[in-house]
Structure formats: structure tokens, C-alpha cells
Design a binder for this molecule. Structure first.
Ligand SMILES: *[C@@H]1O[C@H](CO)[C@@H](O)[C@H](O)[C@H]1NC(C)=O
Ligand SMILES: *[C@@H]1O[C@H](CO)[C@@H](O)[C@H](O)[C@H]1NC(C)=O
Length: 417
């Protein structure tokens, strides 16, 4: 019994800290900006209330509806330590949403004849065809991704890219997608451009999509400073969001378990605000997690794709290709390993149900990040933050608040038209 009391006190203290005190922040003045179509004012009010209450310490939300921007708002602080407010062009790391962007880029390469889903990876990259991987097709490689969202952080990524041998030695689970896909993309492109360059040249610049596969040093001035949560905070989060409980408690309580061992270095990394904000780390391209952009940029790309794929006479993807991306290839284990949840996997994309129960295509990411296209309703939307939560599958309450309000608005518009 003597042990129980201090443990209880500690749990309550951590709970109070993570639920109440952290939201009080540094008492910085409320910062909020942006524009919206008048029909969507109610959604913006929800976002704004979250900023004013401190529930949203820093982030942005953008929506394209039927091909035009209807919401583009931001608030809070890009860097609370230096009182730098979140502004119109503030970017942040999108973590696994990068995978969705890479999937769109690869689909574009397929449409341009640079890549074929059904061909063997070893056709493009002969060295890949070893150790039983000789029959792996492009489609198999990009649909069998396995990763834990809160592991989707750049673990020694620079080292990984420079010394590719070393990379296979540690748990490449969370990183597989980017490491393999980046190599495949570079090999398949006749000019051998890397993923960041190809994305910029094929999608970013022609379509004005403010997103890059890395954070170049010249762009560092406008990127938000990532704010990570402590192990104690993450554990409290896991008690609230049960799907994270098993992985989190293994990490904290059984350091000898396979799970804990394989993620330990990465978890340490995710907790180190310094490393995550190091320009030398951030400039490395690993398309599983290193993408950086504005919510407006991601929403715009998905907004074009869910409205025919063409803007100003230029096409990102044909409607047929988008439809095939929107159709799951297989049902597999949820990317949140150990949760036992099943999810549908596509050609590099993930699926997520909107509040109406309709399937949307895109990708969510560690920290609360979301970038999704909703073909049923002609929507492209993105929520991004620098105050990273445990919620890697589109379950961040800050996103849920605005998503719910958005679909209520969409419902009303559709009923009135
Ligand atoms: C944001 O970027 C756009 C496009 O480059 C530019 O027109 C606009 O002035 C920028 N806004 C701010 C506040 O710098
Ligand atoms: C690859 O396919 C060939 C032909 O079907 C087969 O003989 C070979 O065993 C396969 N290799 C592996 C590693 O599965």
C-alpha cells in the first residue's frame, strides 16, 4: 500500500500537467489569421476557438472544395520559444503525409511512362533483387508498408542516406517506404533526379503546391519549430487514446522487449526537439517522413486530384489513375502496429473514413498531421501542427473538431443545392 499512494499522486500530477498546464503555454497573445468562403465561417470559428483556448498552440487548416480554396487559416505559434507567430506561409514537417505525396508522385511517373506498377523493382534497381526480394514488384513494394506513426521520425537519416549499408542493420520498418521508394524513384527517372527534385519539377512548381520532400536550408526561416512531448506525456496520451497503449507501455515499461528495443533510439529521437529541428537533419530527403509544407499546399494538391486532376490545362493525374489510387489493394494490419486494427492499403496511400463514413484517400502522419482527398465530396483538406501529439492516424482532437464542423457545413451546402 505504501507504494500505491506516491504512484497515484504521480499519475494525477502527470495528468494535470499534460491536460491542463501544458495548454496554458507562455501566455502569449492570441495569434490567428487567414481567409475563408463565407459558407465555411462556422468551421473557421471552431479552429479559432481552439487557438483562443490554447487547445491549438500552433497549426494550420486548409480546405479546397470543388476545385477552389474555401478555408485557409492558421494560428498559434510557429516558435513559442522565440515568440514567432504562425503566419500565412509557415511550413511544418508533415511526417507520414509525405508517403501520400510520394505515392502521388509515383502515380504521376507511371502516367508519364517512367515507372510501371507491375514491373519488378529489380528491373529498375538490379541490386534490390537479392535475398528473396527478386520477385517483388513496384506495386508490392509500395503497398506493403509497415510503420508505427510515432516512429516516423528521422532516425539518423543523414547517416542512412550517406551510408546505405548501415541502414538495413536497424529497424527499417518505419523507414522502409522512404528508403526504398526514394532509391527506386531515382533509378527509374532517366535523369536520375531525387524525390525532392522530381516532386518540385513535376508537381510543386507547375501546380503551385507549397510542399517539398525535405526542408532546404534556404526555406528554414519559415518552418515551424517542432514541439515534442515527453515520455510521461505520451504515456498519459496513450491512456486516453487506447490504440497507442500497447506500443507505448512496452516502450516505457519493458525496455527489453523487441518492440521497445527496435524503437528505443527512434523514440529518444522523437523526444529530442533539438535533433528534430536541426537543419542538417531536416534537409535530408526520406519520403516516409521528411516532407515539409503548408496545409494550403497539401489541401490544394488533393483538392485538384478530387476534382478531375486538372488545373489551368495541366494535369496532375487522370481521373482513372486517381480512382485506382482511391481503391484499396489489400486489407492489412493497421500502420499502428500492435493495435490489432485492420486497415486498407493502397499504392502508397492510406484510407480513412470521413464523418459520413465515406472512404477518403491520402495519408495521415505522426503529430496529428492530415492530408486527405475526399472524392465523394470533391474535397482536399489538410491539418498541420508543430505541437506534435501522439495521434498519428487522423485522431488528433484538434483535427477532429474542425473535420466535424467541416462535414456539417458540407452537408448543409449539399442539402441546400
Ligand atoms: C506567402 O507566399 C505567397 C506566394 O509566394 C506570397 O504572395 C505572399 O506574399 C506570402 N505571404 C507572406 C505573409 O509573406
Ligand atoms: C521468383 O519467381 C520464380 C519464377 O516464378 C521462382 O522460380 C522463384 O523461386 C521466385 N523467387 C522467390 C525468391 O520467390
Amino acid at each position: 500500500m505504501g507504494v500505491l499512494k506516491p504512484v497515484l499522486v504521480a499519475v494525477v500530477a502527470v495528468f494535470v500537467y499534460t491536460r491542463v498546464i501544458q495548454y496554458k503555454g507562455d501566455n502569449l497573445p492570441v495569434n490567428f489569421g487567414g481567409t475563408c468562403d463565407e459558407d465555411f465561417q462556422g468551421v473557421v470559428d471552431v479552429f479559432r476557438r481552439n487557438v483562443e483556448s490554447g487547445k491549438e498552440p500552433g497549426g494550420a487548416f486548409a480546405v479546397y472544395y470543388q476545385g477552389r480554396p474555401v478555408i485557409d487559416v492558421w494560428g498559434g505559434y510557429a516558435d513559442p520559444q522565440s515568440y514567432r507567430p504562425w503566419e500565412e506561409n509557415t511550413t511544418t514537417v508533415v511526417f507520414s503525409c509525405s508517403k501520400g505525396m510520394a505515392a502521388i508522385l509515383m502515380a504521376k511517373m507511371v502516367e508519364e511512362g517512367l515507372l510501371d506498377y507491375s514491373r519488378l523493382v529489380s528491373d529498375y534497381w538490379p541490386e534490390f533483387g537479392q535475398n528473396g526480394k527478386e520477385n517483388v514488384t513496384v506495386e508490392m513494394l509500395i503497398s506493403h508498408q509497415a510503420g508505427v506513426p510515432f516512429l516516423d521520425t528521422p532516425l539518423s537519416l543523414r547517416e542512412c542516406k550517406i551510408n546505405k549499408e548501415k541502414c538495413t542493420a536497424f529497424g527499417y520498418h518505419a523507414l522502409t517506404f522512404g528508403l526504398y521508394v526514394d532509391e527506386l524513384i531515382e533509378r527509374a527517372d532517366p535523369q536520375h533526379r531525387d524525390t525532392a527534385t522530381l516532386f518540385r519539377e513535376l508537381i510543386g512548381e507547375p501546380f503551385g503546391v507549397d510542399f517539398g520532400m525535405n526542408t532546404p536550408r534556404a526555406e528554414f526561416h519559415r518552418t515551424a519549430r517542432l514541439q515534442t512531448r515527453s515520455k510521461a506525456q505520451l504515456l498519459m496520451d496513450a491512456l486516453t487514446y487506447r490504440r497507442y497503449l500497447t506500443p507505448m507501455s512496452q516502450i516505457v515499461f519493458t525496455p527489453d522487449s523487441m518492440m521497445a528495443k527496435s524503437v528505443a533510439p527512434i523514440v529518444e529521437y522523437a523526444q529530442s526537439t533539438e535533433t528534430l529541428n536541426d537543419p542538417a537533419v531536416r534537409e535530408v530527403t526520406v519520403s516516409s517522413c521528411s516532407g515539409t509544407g503548408t496545409a494550403r499546399g497539401l489541401a490544394k494538391m488533393y483538392g485538384i486530384l478530387t476534382n478531375g486532376g486538372t488545373e489551368d490545362g495541366k494535369t496532375i493525374l487522370s481521373p482513372n489513375m486517381m480512382k485506382s489510387l482511391a481503391t484499396p489493394l489489400l486489407v492489412g494490419k493497421d500502420v499502428v502496429m500492435l493495435t490489432g486494427e485492420q486497415s486498407q492499403l493502397g499504392r502508397g496511400t492510406l484510407y480513412r473514413k470521413n464523418p459520413k463514413g465515406q472512404r477518403c484517400v491520402g495519408h495521415t502522419g505522426f503529430g496529428g498531421q492530415v492530408a486527405i482527398g475526399d472524392l465523394e465530396n470533391g474535397l482536399g483538406l489538410s491539418y498541420l501542427t508543430n505541437h506534435l501529439s501522439i495521434n498519428g492516424v487522423g485522431d488528433d482532437p484538434r483535427f477532429r473538431d474542425v473535420e466535424e464542423a467541416l462535414y456539417e457545413t458540407i452537408d448543409r451546402i449539399q442539402k441546400n443545392s
